[in-house]
Design a binder for this molecule. Structure first.
Ligand SMILES: Cc1cc2nc3c(=O)[nH]c(=O)nc-3n(C[C@H](O)[C@H](O)[C@H](O)COP(=O)(O)OP(=O)(O)OC[C@H]3O[C@@H](n4cnc5c(N)ncnc54)[C@H](O)[C@@H]3O)c2cc1C
Length: 378
């Protein structure tokens, strides 16, 4: 098998690296951790202006290699990129099933890098069982009234749009009777409360109190929200958040050199293992991308990439912290912290990585049932 990229993608990679070099420095990274907002407006705008966001948008007949290259280079560089990653997923959905109005407004805004979107899916009573959501959209004469609450609406405090899943019909079976809406965040009735996470990231609880929207907010078919969600989850899973071992290895190596222990054979062996796992994560992600490129839904491959990469990240980060000793427990900005606090950050960051976008258990169920043909676990 030939793992080399086609020449046009090598050129794209060089362009992406140059943009990241220009727009990501210590101040940008520090700001994203201080504010908890994994976003850099100048970087997003530059990617939009260069046409890279439009090129990296996922979907049938699109260029999955471009999306992977962008996510992977951004993750390796430690760039504040979550916001843009979310924009790309929803851009792909709107491109596939959005109306002309949605393409001219939300989609255009997202691809320019000027606007952001948040995902309003998970609710306070649980996120794995999405069909159990209770947020309702009720039909009224001039559109819809949305009422309910969402949890973990990351980026809601800076987003222009929310991609919201609501129940529109109660008696339509487990996967029927849902509708997806794309709603401007400044619509009256939406409120946003911060949730500070273990990883320094800010997420949010969002509340929808009799939020009135017109039919132009409906994405896809009324009561056909599950098909829209399947499309979205297929774009989200396993193509991003799999590249964090590379910065972890860089930071651990920095600590080992500074602490004068980089020649220790046991440390070197473990560092080699981290490098190998980083490579395996990359190959599994490439397989997900390749599956998408062939026009098949990459759900199972995405689950495999996500479980392997995020669990390896967590395992190695915890080892790095234990190895660095007490200084490994000191965080970003704390005097004397190992690797300037990045080892502690990696441990914290690796925790939500195995939860968001589908927990490891849910992804394992997916692999067991769809790939191995095992009986349903529930
Ligand atoms: C930092 C962060 C950011 C997030 N950002 C967003 C966002 O922007 N938008 C959004 O909508 N959501 C977001 N989420 C929510 C995320 O998608 C959910 O956390 C995830 O789906 C799991 O839901 P839950 O946390 O409610 O856990 P639950 O679904 O309540 O699960 C609890 C535990 O039970 C296990 N479990 C549940 N069902 C099964 C099953 N059938 N078989 C085996 N085990 C099971 C789970 O694996 C987990 O360990 C975010 C979460 C985090 C932590």
């Amino acid at each position: 098998m030939d793992f080399r990229l086609p020449e046009e993608h090598e050129t794209l990679r060089t362009e992406i690296r140059a943009l990241l070099d220009r727009h990501v420095d210590d101040d940008v990274v520090e700001e994203s951790h201080r504010t908890g907002t994994n976003h850099s407006a100048p970087l997003a705008r530059a990617l939009g202006e260069a046409g890279i966001l439009a090129r990296a948008m996922p979907g049938a007949g699109k260029d999955p290699l471009a999306m992977w290259l962008l996510s992977s280079e951004a993750e390796k560089a430690g760039a504040p990129f979550d916001s843009v990653g979310m924009s790309l997923v929803i851009a792909g959905v709107l491109d596939a099933v959005g109306t002309e109005h949605q393409k001219a407004t939300a989609l255009a805004g997202l691809l320019s890098g000027e606007e952001l979107v948040c995902f309003g899916l998970t609710e306070p009573q649980g996120g794995s069982d999405l069909p159990a959501i209770t947020t309702r959209a009720t039909r009224v004469a001039d559109g819809w009234v949305v009422s309910g609450a969402k949890m973990w609406t990351t980026m809601a405090h800076v987003a222009d749009w929310v991609f919201l899943l609501a129940r529109t019909e109660s008696d339509a079976g487990r996967h029927g009777g849902f509708t997806v809406f794309i709603i401007p965040m400044d619509t009256p009735g939406i409120t946003v409360d911060p949730i500070w996470t273990v990883s320094t990231e800010r997420s949010n609880a969002t509340f929808y109190d009799d939020v009135r929207v017109g039919d132009e907010a409906v994405v896809g078919e009324v009561d056909g929200g599950w098909a829209v969600m399947s499309l979205m989850l297929g774009f989200e899973r396993g193509m991003a958040s799999t590249g964090h071992l590379t910065p972890l290895l860089r930071r651990f190596r920095q600590w080992a050199v500074e602490a004068g222990v980089s020649a220790d054979p046991l440390l070197r062996e473990r560092m080699a293992q981290i490098a190998i796992d980083a490579q395996v994560s990359e190959l599994l992600t490439q397989r997900t991308v390749w599956t998408a490129a062939t026009g098949r839904p990459p759900g199972t491959e995405g689950s495999m990439a996500k479980v392997f990469a995020t669990e390896a990240y967590q395992r190695h980060a915890r080892w790095a912290q234990a190895t660095a000793g007490p200084e490994g427990l000191l965080g970003l900005g704390e005097a004397g912290a190992a690797a300037d606090g990045w080892i502690d950050y990696d441990v914290r960051h690796s925790i939500p990585m195995t939860l968001q976008g589908g927990t490891s258990e849910i992804n394992r169920n997916n692999i067991a049932e769809r790939h191995l043909g095992l009986p349903r676990a529930r």
